[in-house]
Design a protein around this ligand. Structure first.
Ligand SMILES: Cc1cc2nc3c(=O)[nH]c(=O)nc-3n(C[C@H](O)[C@H](O)[C@H](O)COP(=O)(O)OP(=O)(O)OC[C@H]3O[C@@H](n4cnc5c(N)ncnc54)[C@H](O)[C@@H]3O)c2cc1C
Length: 265
């Protein structure tokens, strides 16, 4: 397998935005006569703010319309009387494969640090409580065999049901044709079917007990989430390698809104 990093070039969005950002011509240019043209952008979530930012760089005059709040689903809520502590009510952990996201975070000088995902060094330790049975773990080795069997069955189910290694290889290579070849049958067969359905009907889990099938479905990704969404996310992120933005996700939205392209050297 190539050593190329996995970047967010997902199966359902196979467009290399990071390549465009890295290109000397960036996202292209507008003819001089269009400079100052007004462009309506609906929504001031991160997508709308970045669209506005890039439109300004091109010389256009974006006007953002927002019906809710700046930042959209990035909602970092400070606690009263403790402004340095925030509750993340929306996006909070950003995979390092999100090269587009970190392009803008770096541009804005935002500081990030590893997100304490369960079982990572950043977390230090993880407590898993399953119906009153508590397990304390600093690494996978601390967990009983049941968890290892579930992890192995999960990997196998993804392999057998979604050609997971091939899909990740195609994403790494940014090979659109190959991604489509693997992804389109998955959408045909699994669109509107849940994570729970995928797990319980997979041969890998069928061989195991009901207890084995229950455990992955308690996980945070939500047993009723569409399986294609789960596969799309897992295949285009390096699992567990996430970072968080100091002060929460929302400051990024605020910084883009306040500083605009002038921050670009
Ligand atoms: C609870 C939760 C946790 C999440 N956790 C993560 C995470 O850990 N990591 C991660 O990467 N992602 C996470 N996400 C997803 C992430 O927050 C979103 O993908 C991202 O914020 C979407 O940004 P956006 O600008 O595309 O859309 P939005 O943030 O939804 O922005 C759209 C904006 O458009 C506005 N709008 C809509 N219609 C109109 C209209 N007609 N007129 C005017 N304004 C309009 C809305 O009010 C909104 O502000 C999470 C989301 C939620 C809800």
């Amino acid at each position: 397998m190539s050593d190329a990093p996995i970047t967010v070039f997902g199966p359902d969005f196979p467009f290399a935005y990071d390549d465009w950002l890295a290109h000397p011509s960036r996202l292209g240019s507008l003819p001089v006569e269009s400079h100052g043209a007004k462009v309506a952008v609906i929504g001031a979530g991160l997508s709308g703010l970045i669209a506005g930012y890039e439109l300004m760089r091109l010389g256009a005059h974006p006007i953002l319309f927002e019906s809710g709040q700046l930042g959209g689903r990035l909602r970092s809520q400070p606690f009263e009387g403790a402004s340095d502590i925030v509750a993340e009510l929306g996006g909070m952990r950003f995979p390092v494969s999100g090269t587009g996201f970190y392009h803008y975070a770096d541009l804005l000088g935002l500081q990030t640090k590893p997100f304490p995902n369960p079982m990572t060094d950043a977390a230090g330790s993880t407590v898993i409580d399953l119906e009153g049975e508590t397990h304390y773990a600093e690494s996978m080795a601390d967990l009983p065999p049941l968890f290892h069997e579930v992890a192995a069955a999960y990997d196998q189910a993804l392999e057998e049901g979604a050609r997971f290694s091939d899909l990740k290889k195609a994403i790494r290579a940014k090979d659109r044709a190959r991604i489509k070849e693997i992804w389109n049958p998955l959408v045909r067969d699994w669109d509107e079917r849940t994570f729970y359905d995928f797990i319980t009907t997979s041969p890998a889990f069928q061989r195991l007990s009901f207890r084995h099938r229950e455990i992955p479905c308690w996980k945070s990704c939500g047993s009723m989430s569409p399986i294609v969404t789960v596969i799309s996310v897992f295949s285009s992120v390096v699992w567990n390698v996430y970072r968080k933005v100091f002060g929460g996700g929302k400051p990024m939205a605020k910084a883009i809104g306040q500083r605009g392209p002038a921050c670009n050297p």
